[in-house]
Write a protein that binds this ligand. Sequence first.
Ligand code: GLA
Length: 409
Amino acid sequence: MSTPDDGVLTKAFAARYGTRPTHLSRAPGRVNLIGEHTDYNDLPVLPMALQREVRMALRPRDDGLVRLANESAEFEPVEFEIQPGIPRSAPGHWGNYVKAPADHLAAHFGIRRGFDGVLVSDLPVASGLSSSSALVNTIGLALARLNEVEAGPLELAALMADAERYTGTRGGGMDQAISMGARAGHAARIDFAPLRMSHVPVPAEWRFVVADTGVRAEKSGAAQRAYNTRREECERALRIVGETLVGRGELPTPPASYPALLAALGFDGALAAGRDALDTHLLKRFRHVVTEARRVESAVDMLAGGDLTGMGELMDASHESLRTDYEVSSPELDEMVTLAREGGAVGARLTGAGFGGCAVALAPAGAVEEVVTALRERYWAARSARDASADRVFVAAPSEGASYRALSS
Ligand code: GLA
């Protein structure tokens, strides 16, 4: 599953359209190191971009048509006219992730020019590595540039986060931001409302291993509903805690956001308020969100100080909280995390929304091969040989964010 070089894409383009592509747009997937289900609560996250990405060779058109072929036979070509209110494809259809940025940029900037394109991706789909946001960013960046929309990476990332809601998931803004704005060799602490990004170098001796459980968490299916439910629960928890604090005269007005609540009460104060105000179910959701935000702050310090063991402990604690309080893990994710630790990782957790998809494990460079081998052999060899390909478990390289450039003719 390696990404073809520009020559291969150029050839595929020429075979399909009988001419040469003029530009290349690309955007990477991501692995979130810590800070899960915090972004839509306006609390920080700490992801890094991957070496795996979506790449598209394209040639702008003078009319508003978009014609796009996917090199993977699984995905049929899409074709549509750019306009606000583009009719959606069926739920879950990949074309919706192509239409989303076109629809949004048409509504906000009145863009008019489309393109012919051919696209490849080496990101597994529905695995928690943001293949969908990488696709949205690839298309959105190309459309913005060829229509001369003036927006820097952060502004574009915020636009793409809004754009992706066209597909029906009320996602946060993490995936689009890291895919658009990442710096090679770095993770990024991202804050929201307004979107901010600060790059944090990944210590040279640290290795993050990504391991796919092979269980797809389809964004259009049950995982989407469960995700949206979690969001509503978080909103409800904040509202109840705020009303309770006001009712008791402890705050003059209910905090409008989680950051406002934490600014007023601090982490411990917020947790105490949650315990007083919430039922068991909502308290679990609330406790995960608040403790996870605290773990992100600590994780930034661990990265900056090169504290590998400390970072591993935070990742373990994050997984435990996601498993028991947020209830988004799965037996396969729990197994992968356990095997990673047994194989020599200093910490491991599920990454992305959960319900399937990938785990991420941290190991020192000297032990990383053992961790990779343990996961391939103990998780994957126990399953079908066909699925046990090397692609399922790989060492993540902190990579550069999205880019758009002219192809040499
Ligand atoms: C998905 C969403 C993100 C984020 C994660 C969970 O990847 O797209 O915005 O909410 O889930 O941390």
